[in-house]
Design a protein around this ligand. Structure first.
Ligand code: ATP
Length: 308
């Protein structure tokens, strides 16, 4: 599949690098402050574009310089931003991250304009949703908009992929009804099913529970252990590539963008698409940052050829 629409969030990520987290009431100095583009939607759109798909992003940014920065970043990676609109008087989404020396982080998100996306915005992009192969969404923009988008896409016979992140307590039944593939990570899956993931057997039980919600195809990503696939035709754990990870931020977003881009329209090559996605993520985790770490299609192809 090579024509992808991503509906979702974009944020500017400001990271305060610190030795240790401050205690309540304490004042400390940062060792560094860095800024980068982020947001699950934007990351997944960039992964799809870098994987060679013709990619559109549907999103709202604020009337500020951050909005211009985000749009510029997306374009620089080849994402079409025709449907990235500006909400007057709103701020662009922003994630404030504190990262300690042990690599742990605290994140506070100001959703800003991400929550201003409306069903009217989708109608403006109606031709796109009706004609593109696949639509991907997450939970960092309004759920009613995602539901409306998936309904339009299914009516047009297109593939819908839901990344239920960040985790929520109850996914609306109507959204599940229009979802072809659900792709949580282990934490999100456990939150939906109530079953903690410890091994292959609990992955299988989680997948079963997700099927019971009415979704035929499930992929649960499981960090450096791989990705569990469960469809009517295949049930397997695609192992992760053994690499020295430097920064796993954006591993899941890379996986989703690459998987969607490489999946056939009849979904007949689930396992193969997951293997390519896994290869792409394994390259991303060896580099710093989310968006800059996502490899290009050529880099992934080369890495796979080198293994043969
Ligand atoms: P994030 O929130 O950090 O973007 P995530 O929790 O959504 O990631 P993960 O399940 O951690 O997603 O990772 C997605 C995929 O990336 C995994 O299924 C695996 O293929 C690959 N991956 C993740 N971590 C590693 C690692 N340390 N080494 C190799 N591959 C990895």
């Amino acid at each position: 599949m090579k024509k992808i629409v991503v509906i979702g969030s974009s944020n500017v990520d400001t990271t305060l690098h610190v030795k240790d987290f401050p205690k309540p009431g304490e004042t400390i100095n940062a060792t560094d402050v860095t800024t980068a583009g982020g947001g699950k939607g934007a990351n997944q759109a960039i992964a799809a574009a870098k994987s060679g798909a013709e990619t559109y992003f549907i999103n709202r940014v604020g009337e500020d310089s951050d909005g211009g920065y985000i749009t510029h970043q997306l374009k620089s990676y080849g994402v079409d931003t025709t449907y990235v609109q500006t909400t007057m008087g709103a701020k662009t989404g922003h994630a404030y991250i504190t990262l300690n020396e042990a690599g742990q982080n605290d994140i506070i998100i100001d959703h800003g304009a991400n929550y201003e996306l409306t069903v009217e915005d989708l109608k403006a992009a109606g031709d796109l949703i009706n004609n593109w192969d696949c639509i991907i969404a997450q939970f960092e923009t309004p759920i009613d908009v995602t539901t409306a988008a998936f309904k339009m896409a299914k009516k047009a016979g297109k593939i819908t992929i839901l990344n239920p992140a960040p985790a929520i307590d109850k996914i609306p039944d109507e959204l599940l009804k229009y979802t072809d593939i659900i792709m949580p990570n282990e934490t999100e899956s456990a939150k939906i099913t109530g079953i903690p993931i410890k091994d292959k057997s609990t992955l299988a039980t989680n997948a079963e529970k997700l099927h019971l919600l009415g979704v035929k195809n499930v992929i649960i990503t499981y960090g450096d252990k791989g990705a569990y696939i469960s469809t009517p035709d295949v049930e397997t754990l695609v192992p992760a590539y053994k690499v020295e990870a430097t920064d796993t931020t954006g591993a899941g977003d890379t996986f989703i963008g690459y998987f969607a881009s490489n999946l056939n329209a009849d979904m007949s090559n689930f396992e193969e698409a997951a293997k390519i996605a896994s290869r792409a993520s394994s390259i991303a985790v060896q580099r710093l940052g989310a968006q800059p770490s996502i490899p290009t299609e050529q880099e992934v192809k080369q890495a796979m050829e080198d293994e043969e």
